[in-house]
Design a protein around this ligand. Sequence first.
Ligand code: MN
Length: 390
Amino acid sequence: MKIFHIADTHLGFSAYNKLDPESSLNQREVDLYNAFTQFIDIAIEQKPDLILHSGDFFDSVRPTNRAISIAMDQLLRLSKAAIPIVIIAGNHSTPRLRETGSVFRLFEHLENVYPVYKNKYECLAFPHLNLDVHAVPHCTNAENLQNALESLKPNTSVKYNIAMLHAAVVGVNIFKSSEFNEQEVKSGYLKTGFNYIALGHYHEFVKVEENAYYSGSIERLNFLEAVHKDKGYVELEFGNDSESGPEDHEIFYPQPVFRGLPTRPMIDLPAIDCISIDRYEISNEILDRLNSVDPVNKIIRLKVLNLPVDIYKTLDFNQFRKLTSEALHFEIKYQVTKDSESVQAPSIKFELLGTEFKGFMENEAVEDLDKDRLYKLGLEFLIGEKEGMN
Ligand SMILES: [Mn+2]
């Protein structure tokens, strides 16, 4: 028996300005569709007995029509190939209000597609595999989550028990991603009685317990993920000795094999700390860094720290841009300093929103934009105040 575990496909995610030349859609949006479609291609070819999707199927609670239609197309392919897939809701796909409804309801109409999204634990039986899937979706409140976790118990009358969970597991190691509505689960709930626990939420393939793994996301969604080696899915092999029951031997933990999917390169160049170099060499240092990579179709960032404001004003931004014009996305993050003190030092006390924003704008380096106008527009958006207009 072969099982695939995937998670955090974030369909509908988009970023940066470049468009895909073929479809004229946002290139990153297309990248994620492509990665997901490639996974489905592999599944159709290899015919696993079951696919587990551990949440954040879509990037948002209200996916676009396009994201929904691509998802439906791909799930239909699995459905027609009679490959069952269980999908649990993650924090990116759980509406906070019941009235919002869930897009996962649509999936209930597809044969072999089992969405779990109702704020509670559900057990799905696959008798032909002698297997139960115990699924805990993202829950909208702590009480529902607690109830769901307490229902999470292996069924001793089947041979295999698999649990699914979309959460930040907190134990010896902490697998959080610092999102607003992530739910934390103590590692004690990852019980040893399950043959496998398919986790979602943390975007890197990682072992959490002997029987519990995050499969990670299928693309790098921000620069924190630039260091992640590979993106893909997990393949599990359960052997074919379906005659003996679970009480006959010790619990079996399959050895997961990580399978990479092709992703777009994301490079966070080594940061330049201007404190450690001659101030008149800063521009050359930046150029050296930019020349050290082939930028074509890549996502690249460079951080320049402790940059004196007078040097910042002399930098040739056009030259930097030219060097990286073939990148899918390129950004330099400048941390500018005045009078030898960093202006981005964190302040502990928070002022009124307008005051905070003013301070932020004063210290933020703005390239090629009318800073004054940007400040006024920002203020208008943030607090509806039109400064300087009577
Ligand atoms: Mn996610």
